[in-house]
Design a binder for this molecule. Structure first.
Ligand code: AKG
Ligand code: FE2
Length: 335
């Protein structure tokens, strides 16, 4: 069943998970893929279940965004570009780095113009650093980019925002990655419509109840919200429940929009040997809390655990004391 992306026939096969993508130890089910007006969509989003929407035309006005076009039209402002000798770009929060002065990071980021970024990509040779541009779209971009941006399907997406009672749109992150870049498993605290413009990305998703299988770093750590488990070589002595992990996966291509629910874990892999990837996400604050009903949902428990961790860390005023306190509270008493 062919659903319409922008370059249908040639690329339809890629969406069916080409098996040059990595194999992992856990099992996955496919993420449903539906036309935006399919009656099943509403129940999925309402229940915070992921779904790939086709034919939204959300970012159709940007379908010509590629390296050449952005080079000539995005302007001469600076953009945040991550670089690494490996293809994994584990996120870190700069503000939390002072807590861990000895932390060794595999990735750096620097501010550069799109033209400088393009040069790095074009001149790339095997063994060179890999670059991944991740920049919130702002008013520093050139005129024709603004024109494309204004023509996004804002009426459709704003209708969704209202229907599901989400809060404000906080940002649109533009992601331009070299072939094969990977964003390791993490969760975000916002609702996300993730729009693919160019190239193919494989999404591995895990529902919020998988928290205990994915062992996120402590909240005060720069890698807060990121899994500590290396999917390529999981340390099952430290992280035994990783063996119970079950997920969902799909490949998104040009024209696809993934609804990525708040607190859902995701790992994002640009499909190897398929070239660069171009994406724009739409991050929305969660709705103002409706009446709480019990039992709490897994994502509400995650939010609660975050609050407890933050409270303890702030009250004790030294993050190095937190692990001992937490262990004293739990081990042999709640275990
Ligand atoms: O596309 C990526 O590499 C990461 C995207 C992501 O994590 C997000 O949009 O929340
Ligand atoms: Fe994310």
């Amino acid at each position: 069943m062919a659903t319409n992306g922008w370059k249908e026939n040639v690329e339809e096969t890629v969406r069916n998970i080409p098996r040059e993508v990595k194999q992992y130890s856990f099992q996955t089910e496919p993420i449903p893929r539906l036309k935006y007006n399919d009656p099943e969509v509403e129940a999925l989003i309402r229940n915070e279940r992921p779904v790939i929407l086709t034919d939204t035309d959300l970012v159709k006005s940007a379908q010509h965004w590629n390296l050449d076009y952005l080079y000539s039209n995005i302007g001469s402002g600076k953009h945040t570009v991550y670089s690494s000798f490996k293809n994994k770009f584990l996120y870190y929060d700069d503000k939390k780095l002072p807590n861990f002065p000895n932390l060794v990071l595999q990735t750096n980021h620097e501010e550069m113009t799109f033209q400088e970024f393009t040069e790095k990509v074009r001149n790339h040779k095997t063994g060179d650093k890999i670059y991944y541009l991740q920049q919130a779209l702002n008013d520093s971009v050139g005129k024709s980019i603004v024109v494309d941006f204004v023509k996004f399907n804002w009426s459709w997406i704003t209708e969704q925002q209202k229907k599901y009672k989400w809060g404000a749109l906080t940002s649109n992150l533009l992601l331009v990655g070299m072939d094969g870049v990977i964003t390791p498993a993490h969760y975000d605290e916002q609702q996300n419509f993730f729009a693919q413009i160019g190239g193919y990305k494989r999404f591995l998703l895990f529902d919020p109840s998988m928290f205990e299988c994915l062992y996120p770093f402590p909240v005060y750590h720069p890698h807060d919200r990121q899994s500590q488990v290396d999917f390529d070589s999981p340390d099952l002595r430290r992280f035994p429940k990783f063996q119970d992990l079950r997920g969902y996966e799909a490949i998104v291509g040009p024209g696809d929009v993934l609804y990525l629910p708040i607190y859902w874990w995701h790992q994002v892999e640009s499909v190897p040997n398929r070239g660069m990837t171009f994406s724009v996400n739409f991050w929305y604050k969660s709705g103002s809390d409706e009446k709480i009903s019990y039992p709490l949902k897994p994502q509400q428990k995650v939010a609660m655990m975050r609050n407890i961790e933050k409270m303890v860390t702030s009250a004790i005023n030294n993050h190095e004391e937190v692990p001992h306190l937490m262990r004293t509270m739990v081990l042999g008493r709640y275990t």
